[in-house]
Design a protein around this ligand. Sequence first.
Ligand SMILES: [Zn+2]
Length: 276
Amino acid sequence: MKKIKIFDTHTHDYFESFDSDREQMLADDFASGVKHKIQIGCDMDTSKQAIELAHTSNKMFATVGLHPCYVEENFENLDKSFIYFKEELEKNYKNNTTTKKIVAIGETGFDFYHNDSPKMREHQQISFEKHIELCKKYTLPIIIHTRNARNETLEFLQKNIITKNKEISGVIHCFSENAEFAKIVTTQFNFFISIGGAATYPKSHDIRDAILHTPIQYIVTETDSPYLAPQSVRGKRNQSKNIKEIIELIANIKKMNSEECSNILFENAKRLFNMN
Ligand SMILES: [Zn+2]
């Protein structure tokens, strides 16, 4: 039996869909090779839930952030959200290393899939910039969501990430762009790309091509659980142990054995979140 080490860099285990059996699901994951999970906040309430859940296990960590699709409904009270994020980050900052739970900022970014009005674009941009400020202040990496916003995301990074000083590191979560995009974010910004279940779907040729052409040092894995279960369990509720299928895919593309591959991916995620 091969020993696969799983690091889920992006999950939402605090969602309602796990309310009936969350403890059991977590125990199942941890018994199946899952070593770490990052609970990702999408707004003020879910960031709170992410932090609370992370406190229940030394294997779990959290982020605070406002998902681009939640910006519009929160825009009137944007300051309120960011005051809360800062309070949590201040607490986190004062804690000693063993109790630090917030390891990144986000998810933030651009999502022009559902709505594409100029006003909405402007609001997402303002929120994105506020996340970057927090990253700089607290020296934390950024979790970026980008959908139907390829050029806008690259332009934003060019303006806001100072690559020469390596001021901010980060990850393009649920990577669904092509190899060229991956090359730009990894080489120009030293960012990681995070591969989830979508990479295993038959039509996802671009994602697999990006995996092939991106040095493995820049790749990490995620579920985006409960969403985006990999092909063998597609459509079902996702959970971190399913990352095994993604590791096997990456190992296959990279012509490595999956154990060795999982070790590298695991160390990459530790580097992303400064957990060394
Ligand atoms: Zn997410």
